[in-house]
Design a protein around this ligand. Structure first.
Ligand code: TYD
Ligand code: MG
Length: 460
């Protein structure tokens, strides 16, 4: 038997070296290397003609003009949000990684996608290393029940196949035999092959399994979707190891306690990145949200000070979100700043601007800032909205119909931001007329002065 090859693999990023190292030269993490012995490969079973097709194609240089590709028809599902995020549908033979925290709803989303495609007559193979076929069936019933209620479930589908298996070498044999229109691997961290050392979820195992599936996908021109869990500690291979290997990386994010789920594309070889799809996790699976205002705007804040609207850009999409703030006087030497949904440092900076340039006494107040609907925003265009919400609470001036669009500079100036027109249009569309932007005012202090004096006038 051949001597096993020894290599040391970084558990954080998958960097592979023949000698042990204390610090990874690739990602900079310490003590992350583990020893692996690579046995000589057992037959993987997948050695059909398609493999030779792949090797023949890559063997001979071809002229660019001679290469023809079948007009890559994309597979579209009934979920428009998902189609948009994937750049118009799933490309034939592409590999997609769907990453996200455990429990966020990845399996649910993919099962819904599979059901929708199977209804359209596509042959789908769902391979799960996590759940048994019965468990998946139970989940499917929940989703199907809902569709039956809505009566758009007219035909029975029998082209969705489930396979509960965690050995990638065996799985690819089934894929090769069955030649489905799409296959799903849930999740890549549960896959374990005897050909590689290490437990399932370790970098070599994850990399090996992903390589096998992607190879089959490319050879047979079948799209594959791999599920990857994001874990906080580096002991389990994070999906970042895989992001180089796949064509598209999607991220499903959302807090467990809120029902909003945002699907983002971080990498896409076949379409634009930064697109987002918005879903709501319900009793019966994930539902598309085509009208985000419904969930991000609360309706009960009539005339209560401390809330202002902002228009945030997520990819190419603009939508309104409500920023809430609460300012209460405190005797603490270090007043509290409790922030959720926006960057804490950004809020501290804006508080400094409010204190210095607008003479707002925030240094003697506890300040709480929250984004309604549990959304996380990183768009600088919401700065003005945050400042207005804080001001509204400090001075007790209701501004719940005011929209603030703009970045706030260190000198208290309002700065232009991207897609201003688009954001303003979005606000006007909902009938909002009180819109503050860098076009209407040059400085934050001007805006606040105006609002303050308006209130004084009203009181007189
Ligand atoms: P799941 O898709 O299993 O998450 P992941 O595959 O990302 O680990 O989703 C699990 C959560 O979703 C679980 O907490 C229950 C919830 N859920 C619903 O709220 N409604 C549903 O219809 C389904 C199927 C799940
Ligand atoms: Mg799952």
């Amino acid at each position: 038997m051949a001597k096993p090859k020894i290599s040391f693999v970084c558990q954080e990023c998958g960097y592979d070296t023949p000698a042990f190292m204390g610090k990874c030269p690739e990602c900079g993490s310490w003590n992350s290397f583990k020893e692996f012995r690579q046995q000589s490969l057992k037959s993987t079973g997948f050695s059909s003609s398609s493999q030779t097709v792949l090797s023949q194609q890559s063997a001979k240089p071809q002229k660019l003009k001679d290469i023809v590709y079948s007009n890559t028809s994309r597979i579209q599902s009934e979920y428009q949000e998902l189609n948009t995020v994937m750049g118009g549908g799933i490309v034939q033979g592409s590999a997609t990684l769907l990453a996200g925290d455990p429990g966020v709803g990845k399996s649910t989303l993919l099962l819904q996608l599979c059901i929708s495609l199977a209804k359209a007559g596509k042959k789908i193979l769902y391979i799960s290393g996590e759940e048994s076929a019965e468990q998946i069936k139970m989940r499917a019933d929940r989703v199907i029940l809902e569709q039956k209620k809505k009566k758009n479930f007219d035909q029975d589908f029998d082209s969705l196949y489930l396979l509960s298996l965690s050995n990638p070498d065996d799985a690819i044999v089934h894929i090769d035999e069955m030649k489905p229109d799409l296959f799903v691997i849930d999740s890549i961290q549960t896959m374990q092959s005897e050909n590689v050392a290490g437990l399932s979820g370790s970098v070599p195992q994850v990399r090996y399994a992903a390589m096998q599936y992607i190879r089959v996908a490319k050879a047979l021109k079948i799209p594959v979707i791999l599920v990857g869990h994001v874990t906080k500690d580096g002991m389990v291979a994070g999906p970042m190891v895989l992001s180089h290997m796949v064509d598209t990386v999607l991220f499903l994010e959302g807090e467990k306690i809120t029902r909003t789920r945002i699907l983002r594309s971080l990498k896409n070889r076949f379409g634009p990145v930064d697109e987002v799809g918005i879903f709501l996790m319900d009793e019966e699976g994930l539902k598309e949200v085509t009208n985000p205002e419904q969930i991000f705007l609360s309706k009960k804040t009539e005339n209560i000070p401390g809330t202002v609207l902002v228009v945030t850009m997520e990819g190419t999409r603009a939508f309104l979100v409500e920023i809430q703030s609460l300012a209460v006087s405190t005797r603490l030497p270090m007043p509290r700043r409790v922030v959720s949904g926006v960057d804490q440092k950004r809020v501290e900076l804006l508080l400094a601007v409010l204190q210095k340039h607008c003479k707002l006494p925030v240094d003697s107040m506890d300040i709480f800032v929250n984004v309604a609907g549990g959304l996380k925003l990183s768009d600088p265009g919401i700065d003005l909205g945050i400042c207005l919400a804080i001001y509204s609470s400090v001075r007790n001036i209701p501004m719940n119909k005011t929209v603030g669009i703009g970045e706030v500079g260190l000198l208290g100036e309002l700065r232009d931001i991207s897609s201003l027109e688009k954001r303003m249009k979005e606000a006007s569309k909902l009938g909002l007329t009180d819109i503050v932007t860098p076009k209407t005012h040059r400085f934050l202090a001007q805006v606040l002065l105006e609002r303050g004096s308006q209130k004084e006038k009203e009181e007189v």
